[in-house]
Ligand binder design. Structure first.
Ligand code: GLA
Length: 751
């Protein structure tokens, strides 16, 4: 890894063994983009890549030059005015009303490691040798606004992390109306755009489309990153597959409003922009003040989507997630939500917990309904004090009972919300987000607290910290069940109302930061009606997130498969729930529900007392199985093998770091008759190593070399015809299998 700067050509070259990133100072002082992709040889001069030519209907910067047009030059951080007509990366309204900016190169700095982004989640380094950071400083000579573009290249992998910082170095106020985290001009438009979109309970479905002249975009202006779109896109070359082809993933480490867009211009240049959504955004900078954008991470892969995902997984698991739980196997939990909803007593909870303990569960989680006057979703949010009618011993009493069973206790909160029927609202009706004189909408009878105000965040912190101090709480599920409407803060002046959405998220991060610092052993799981805020920003504070309120095993195949493109398996909250499923009313076999939920944090969202004895025995085996293999699953290398978006069969696998162990999940949605033969080509194994193969715990008589499994494939056929021998469990709809591969010590013991 290195960052070279050539003083004569003023060219920067960031590279490691995988990638090169090239940019140069342009004749007008702006920074031009030259290249991002597979590593290339270093040269002093790459200026030939600045393709300029005379073109009709183009505007030029210099009187003596009919070629230098920013419309045609690829840039690092596009600006409005000065001849670029594409959407800019930054826009600043100045005292005279002008929005033209002209940032000119001043100097640069290279440092080892990576500086922190104050108040914002970001990737980090643990040693100065893990990364190098380049900061390029530019200044607008008229306004004296300073722009700092930051680029971190990590020692390994195709990763560049970027952000921008804008400082008002002038002597009058300015309004920032757009400040993207990343702008990347790619040389052509021969890409397919991939997004991960959906809605509540069908989050992160993979959608692919060809790009064309014009704009392709996804966004959120809901105040949360949203169920509808994830702040992550991929541009892939046509023909790219899991293990081959070129792809660039773009991920925003942010949990609020965002925009991800690719604009293909008239000459097939593609400009990618990623950052805070400019709509409903402005930020006033008094002289001397700065604005720091969130961080965006780009991952380039020339070995397909699989390598891109594994690069994100490693980075986000090890250098975005933090704290005590980062590298630890996640506890197997039982959450009471789908078991009881609001209808519980302490006695009922204790009985659910007791059965869970008997089956091997490690953590019992009490969900919504334990606080204030909450007996349904109309009241109580904001009053984070236990309801003593329901829980006579309070949370401390219940937590102690659970601890006495030798289990950990976890608790649900929705810190950002309030019901009008609550003591908090009655004392502070002005603390909700609402626009004066306008109707205030609700979602699930709840209102959003104005987290842009420190006193609001402080008050919630005090209530939560008190409980965490008094009771033995080992886990918090932090929920967020509505989006922001009528965004406005009573605490800010009119010219700062555009700051509320971002200040709100900064308040959320502040509360997370304070709680995780004060209670470092508590495991946080983020949630927003399931996967409404499943984003890298959250991952910095909460190493796992409830991926979706849809707990149906078949639906989860798409949700978890889509989620895996950016997020590590250790971050995907996944549980077994009852049948008929509460979201789609589908009946799936218990083994399939577990086989899907294994590929995440694992747990149960039901009352195990209500299962038959046979099912309870099965649950005991599932839990024992997960305890044995969760390190492999949660911290191994993940490979997608067959897509639920394309096929009836979904398959994925995790391989241990030493490649001696692997686990494969195989799922078939609909059964068929007299089915075709099938094999799954595996990945990541040691070609010269023989492996024993266990199918649902039963060892196959043949052993296979790693190369056989990777190049011929694992045979997965079953005849599935009308008559099945009596000693075989017939396959069914929604069936699944778990294959385990274990390296055999004595080499050559091939049978
Ligand atoms: C949201 C969550 C659920 C559950 C309920 C409780 O919908 O996603 O898991 O916690 O809230 O109200």
């Amino acid at each position: 890894m290195n960052i070279l700067f050539n003083e004569t050509t003023k060219t920067f070259h960031l590279f490691n063994e995988d990638i090169s990133y090239l940019m140069t100072v342009l004749r007008n002082g702006q920074i031009g983009h030259l290249y991002f992709g597979k590593k290339i040889h270093h040269k002093e001069d790459f200026s030939y890549l600045l393709e300029t030519a005379y073109r009709p209907m183009t505007s030029y910067v210099f009187e003596d030059d009919r070629q230098f047009s920013l419309e045609h030059i690829k840039q690092e951080y596009g600006l409005y005015g000065t001849t670029d007509f594409r959407h800019p990366a930054v826009e600043i309204q100045q005292a005279n009303g002008s929005t033209v900016s002209d940032f000119q190169y001043k100097d640069y700095e290279i440092m080892e490691g990576k500086p922190k982004l104050a108040g914002l989640p970001a990737t980090y380094t643990e040693s100065s040798k893990e990364a190098l950071t380049l900061i390029i400083r530019l200044e607008d000579p008229l306004t004296h606004v300073i722009l700092e573009l930051s680029y971190t290249i990590f020692a390994r992998g195709g990763i560049i992390a970027r952000s921008a910082r804008i400082t008002n170095g002038g002597d009058s106020d300015i309004q920032l109306t757009r400040a993207m985290s990343l702008c990347l001009d790619l040389p052509d438009c021969d890409y397919e755009w991939i997004q991960f979109s959906g809605a509540w309970s069908r989050e992160r479905h993979m959608k692919v489309r060809r790009m064309e002249q014009g704009i392709t975009a996804i966004d959120s202006i809901r105040g949360n990153s949203s169920h509808n779109h994830n702040p992550f896109i991929v541009l892939q070359r046509p023909g790219t597959k899991e293990e081959q082809g070129e792809a660039i993933g773009f991920s925003l480490i942010y949990s609020g409003n965002f925009l991800a867009q690719a604009q293909v211009d008239a000459h097939d240049v593609t400009r990618v922009l990623l950052g805070i959504h400019p709509s409903h955004f402005s930020w006033k900078l008094d002289p001397g003040q700065s604005f720091q954008t969130p961080e965006a991470v780009m991952v380039y892969s020339c070995q397909g989507l699989g390598t891109m995902s594994r690069t994100f997984h490693n980075l986000y698991r090890k250098r975005l997630a933090r704290g005590y739980w980062r590298d630890r196997e996640r506890p197997i939990l039982n959450n009471n939500w789908e078991a009881t909803y609001f209808d519980f007593t302490e006695e009922k909870l204790v009985s659910i917990a007791a059965k869970a303990k008997e089956c091997g569960v490690e953590l019992f989680v009490l969900d919504d309904g334990w606080f204030g006057e909450r007996s349904d979703d109309h009241a109580g949010l904001g009053d984070w004090v236990p309801n003593l009618t329901r829980l006579p011993g309070g949370i401390a009493g219940l937590a102690q009972k659970i601890e006495d069973m030798d289990m950990k206790f976890g608790l649900w909160f929705e810190p950002e919300m309030v019901n009008k029927d609550s003591d908090l609202y009655r004392s502070h009706p002005d603390w909700i987000i609402r626009t004066p004189g306008r109707h205030t909408s609700h979602g699930r009878s709840q209102y959003v607290l104005d987290f842009s105000r420190n006193e609001v965040v402080d008050c919630i912190y005090q209530m939560m910290a008190k409980l965490l101090t008094e009771a033995k709480i080992s886990y918090i599920k932090w929920d967020m069940n509505r989006s922001i409407t009528e965004c406005y803060s009573a605490a800010l002046p009119p010219d700062r109302q555009g700051e509320v959405f971002h200040r709100y998220i900064l308040g959320v991060y502040d509360l997370y930061e304070r709680l995780t610092a004060a209670f470092p052993h508590v495991l946080f799981e983020s949630c927003a009606s399931g996967g409404g805020r499943f984003d890298p920003g959250m991952l910095y504070y909460a190493p796992q997130g409830w991926a979706s309120d849809d707990s149906d095993a078949v639906e989860r195949l798409k949700i978890q498969y889509g989620t895996s493109f950016c997020y590590p398996i250790s971050s995907i909250g996944s549980h077994v729930s009852v049948v008929p499923n509460h979201q789609v009313y589908r009946n799936t076999p218990l083994h399939t529900r577990a086989n899907v939920a294994y590929f995440g944090t694992f747990g149960y969202e039901l009352d195990l007392n209500k299962l038959t004895e046979k099912e309870q025995e099965a649950v005991k085996s599932q839990i024992a199985f997960m305890k044995k293999y969760r390190r492999l699953i949660q911290f191994g290398d993940f490979y997608r093998l067959s897509s639920p978006f394309e096929k009836n069969v979904t398959a994925w696998m995790c391989v241990s770091r030493d490649k001696r162990q692997a686990i494969i999940g195989w799922y078939r949605v609909l059964n068929g008759v007299n089915q075709p033969y099938s094999r799954l080509r595996l990945h990541g194994l040691l070609p010269d190593m023989p492996y024993r193969i266990l199918v649902d715990g039963i060892e196959r008589k043949e052993r296979c070399w790693g190369d056989e499994l990777m190049y011929l494939g694992l045979v997965t056929s079953d005849g599935t015809s009308g008559e099945v021998p009596t000693d075989i469990v017939p396959p069914c709809d929604f069936d699944s299998r778990i294959y385990l591969l274990e390296a055999v010590e004595e080499k050559g013991e091939r049978t």
